[in-house]
Design a protein around this ligand. Structure first.
Ligand code: NAG
Ligand code: NAG
Ligand code: NAG
Length: 486
């Protein structure tokens, strides 16, 4: 594989930047439907228009080009390409949009790095058979993946099947804060938080395997690309330096990450989970194990922050709704003090050394499988009261990116096989449950005019990318140790 040094922003149906939610014969996604339910999104917004990247993509590619990035990570909206999943026709308008986007990127020498699923699915799959709770979705996902390999794989060489399925599954089926709002706590009306997250994850893992298997058998040799999966990767520190909390931190990593990666890489759920969950964890049949042999080519790491893990197995504590099975409390606070500077995103504290530790964990547990840092970035709060000029002067983001890149370079010096790095994100965007109240972009977006304005961090990142110390695109990997960012 070649070296990439990169930026990340989002192309997305509803949820991030794409907008045009019903244009070009796109169908409603589950997030289009969900964001219309009053009270679900913090500022009552939706992503019908978002950044209107659907129409402004050429302008956005100019921004990428002026920054000097050499790759763009985006996701394909399933409901744009296959409005009815495998129950209807391929939508030529959707295919055409992504073709235009990919061609325009390549014309500027920008490598497309493409995600097949970022939370959103055609609503019809939810209505018809319950989406991730039903094994039928494996076939549907495989079909969608193959349509994309066939249409775009001559030009797309980096595929990821899922973005943050660990977040999707916990939000959708444990806490119920994401569609389809399943949970079994106080005010939940449907679901079983003790069982459904594991069923949904099982179907995600096997959907990954189905897509990877199709790619390996039918496309990879001719197209010459690679395929991986992206997980939301918090690092966890023991709350106190005692064995119980050290074990709790190990458990937290297993329940978050190894949950998906152990089956994909080793064919089994992690021992840390099997020990606690027993028969609540599904098992893989011999045919499913065979499919899992297609594994992955790289791990995508979305890393932002670090939390403490406090044991509740040996000393009882109030577990709350989200971490019950883990028997640990995950928190950014100890004795009232935050683990790092807070940001506008409640659980994202600035803890740069977590990046090095996270990457080293993947290196050790997965035998130095190649990694991409597929997201890393800093949230600013946004409201009418905060003047634009303050949002443009994002010194906090510059400090964050600099310190996290330093930490990443330490892991790389220790031999971690990291192939690229993407900032989240190019432009401010619709931030899921937070709507437009958080800003992650290197470029500020005025949502009334859709005008993009560079923040201080855009200038900084441009200089960083042009610095002689920074990895340049397509450097042979042998020279990586001599050209690290510092
Ligand atoms: C959308 O699909 C309908 C048929 O279902 C077709 O008549 C129409 O031309 C399509 N729209 C576009 C923009 O292709
Ligand atoms: C459940 O709903 C009631 C009434 O709306 C509310 O007071 C309570 O805080 C809710 N509980 C949770 C855990 O959301
Ligand atoms: C930007 O913010 C920093 C503090 O974070 C301040 O020192 C500096 O003067 C500000 N610059 C502008 C142009 O406002």
């Amino acid at each position: 594989m070649k070296w990439l040094f990169l930026i990340y922003s989002f192309v997305y149906c509803l949820c991030k930047i794409e907008g045009a939610y019903l244009e070009g014969n796109k169908s409603l996604s589950n997030w289009d439907v969900f964001s219309r339910i009053p009270g679900k999104i913090k500022d009552g917004s939706n992503a019908d228009v978002a950044d209107d990247h659907y129409h402004l993509y050429l302008e956005d590619i100019e921004l990428m080009d002026s920054l000097g990035v050499n790759s763009y990570r985006f996701s394909i909206s399933w409901s744009r390409v296959l409005p009815r999943g495998r129950f209807g026709e391929i939508n030529p308008v959707g295919i055409q949009f992504y073709n235009k986007l990919i061609d325009a990127l390549l014309l500027k020498g920008i490598t497309p790095f493409v995600t097949l699923n970022h939370y959103d699915i055609p609503q019809e799959l939810e209505d018809r058979y319950g989406a991730w709770l039903n094994k039928q979705i494996q076939e549907d996902f495989g079909y969608f993946a193959e349509v994309c390999f066939k249409a775009f794989g001559d030009r797309v060489k980096y595929w990821t099947t899922f973005n943050e399925p660990n977040v999707m599954v916990n939000g959708g089926y444990r806490t119920g804060i994401y569609p389809p709002n399943h949970c079994s706590y106080d005010n939940c009306t449907a679901g079983d938080s003790a069982i459904e997250p594991y069923i949904a994850a099982h179907n995600v893992i096997l959907s990954h395997a189905t897509a990877a298997d199709i790619y390996r058998r039918k496309y990879q040799v001719n197209q010459g690309g690679s395929i991986g999966i992206v997980l939301c990767s918090y690092w966890y520190e023991p709350y106190d330096d005692v064995p119980a909390d050290q074990w709790a931190a190990q458990r937290a990593l297993a329940f978050d990450l190894a949950w998906f990666l152990d089956p994909i890489i080793y064919g089994e759920y992690p021992p840390e989970m099997r020990e606690i969950l027993g028969l609540r964890l599904p098992t893989f049949s011999p045919e499913e194990k065979k499919k899992l042999e297609s594994k992955l080519d790289f791990i995508g790491v979305n890393h932002y922050s670090t939390l403490y893990a406090k044991d509740c197995m040996f000393s009882p504590c109030n577990l709350g709704t989200s971490n019950g099975d883990l028997l640990a409390v995950l928190t950014g606070l100890r004795g009232g003090l935050p683990i790092g500077s807070p940001t506008a995103m409640p659980t994202f504290y600035v803890v740069p050394q977590g990046m090095e530790k996270m990457v080293m964990y993947f290196k050790e547990r997965y035998n130095n499988t190649p990694m991409f840092i597929t997201e890393n970035g800093y949230a600013q709060g946004s409201s009418d009261k905060i003047p634009m000029k303050d949002l443009l002067n994002d010194t906090g983001r510059v400090d964050y990116l600099r310190s996290y890149l330093d930490s990443l370079s330490r892991a790389m010096r220790k031999g971690a096989d990291v192939r690229g790095y993407f900032v989240w994100s190019l432009i401010d965007n619709f931030e899921w449950l937070y709507g437009y109240t958080l800003r992650f972009g290197l470029y500020y977006v005025d949502y009334s005019t859709l005008k993009r304005t560079p923040k201080l961090s855009a200038q900084w990142y441009q200089q960083f990318l042009h610095s002689p110390k920074t990895l340049k695109k397509q450097m042979p990997s042998e020279s990586k140790l001599q050209h690290l960012p510092s």
